[in-house]
Design a binder for this molecule. Sequence first.
Ligand code: G6P
Length: 491
Amino acid sequence: ATERSNPTGRAPILVASNRGPVSFSIEVDGSLTPRRGGGGLVSGLSAIDDPSSVWVCAALGDADRAAVRRSPEGRLDLGGFDVGGQAVRMLDIDPDTFNRAYNGIANSSLWFVHHLLYDTPFSPLFDERFHRAWESYGAYNAAFAEALAAEAAPGAAVLVQDYHLSLTPALLREMRPDLRIGHFSHTPWAPPEYYRMLPDDVAEAVLAGILGADRAAFLTLRWAFAFADCCEAVLGATVDRDALTVTLSGRTTRLGVHSLGADADFLRSRSHRPDVDARLAALRESVGSSADGTPRRTVVRVDRTELSKNIVRGLLAYRHLLRTRPEWHDRVVHIAFAYPSRHDLPEYREYTAAVERIAQEINDEFGTERWRPLILHVNDDFPRSLAAYRLADVALVNPIRDGMNLVAKEVPVVSDAGCALVLSREAGAHAELADDALVVNPYDIVATADALYRGLNMPAGERADRTKRLADAATVLSPQQWFLDQLRALD
Ligand code: G6P
């Protein structure tokens, strides 16, 4: 209430996202250590060098909450720690409300609908618990809208990120009609017939919430059109597909498309630091050489252990390759990095167990005393991921559906000697990389195995040429440019 009676702040540019640019861990002595987050948004934000801009995010755990409580007015004291120049305001939202909003709605319902992850004979079940979580999602979105309203200078630009915050644009517009509001979806958008599985009130509120922005932006035209299709089918909005606008009750929201590229400068320098060199040497050692002394080839994947990343089918495709192409026995190793993610959700815990089980089965079926056909690492290690990017002969990026997929763009940039890219046609990156990737239907294990085989057999010269073109296509839009373009489009 105090915030609303003093409605204008000083920030000319604001960003809002669930996960912020920094998170904390508690040390044994009780002190808090900040850690910079990864991802395109954090890199993009380094483009604004304006200390009066503010990034509003949520405290994600106990350490973050402790950091907020030690900071005046929720503004984090980062002790000179660099998150791209702007101040960070972390919201200390009641843990139960946060968990219901984040796990109950954002990560299970909205993420699942946009990535087509429902297992329809059993899920979803929109029961009382879901509707209670939906109320919490409203409260969580309102907390963001209030904080943004309090921080924003008159006429400020506010960039609201992702499916966690789909109600915030409309709530914020009501409090502060002077602001220029953008919403950006980092996910795919579901087609209307799938989207309409959500309860009607939820389906409507999510769309109307985003339409509260002046501009609703997506990573590809495909997702922007899917959003427009849902606005038409669910809300009866008027869509102009040439002008890229959606009009509802006399208000028009512009649609935007901003593809996100790999951060070439950062990746190229980071991937040649000594810690990455050391990990590359260790990886080479564990991959080893075949009986005739030739270094083994590698198929590499790097993902969060995320249902939409399709890791299980990727492993089954590799198994099919080994079953049908025995000439590759002892000559190839699959390096699969599957980092922990969203373990509060039982589906993710089960999926992680399935990944580990199938990986074990593959090693049991084909492994020999001298050859371990599959190396699975489940602990996040960024320099080791970069080392695997440099080493990969074939990269496997086979998501069921993905807003963009930056691994597909990062590997060609970092690769030492060229890497064949097996790429799902359902990844947003497909729109830019299709010409030089080996494109697959992610559900088809046999076709994926065949693409792996083609990648392994691709002549070195062709691999290097394709990798060069992939790297060019992957770096057209730097994260910094991606961010500045969104800001400019709000003018
Ligand atoms: C996707 C989403 C991001 C999210 C990230 C990690 O990339 O688009 O908004 O931050 O996954 O997921 P998490 O639940 O750990 O934040």
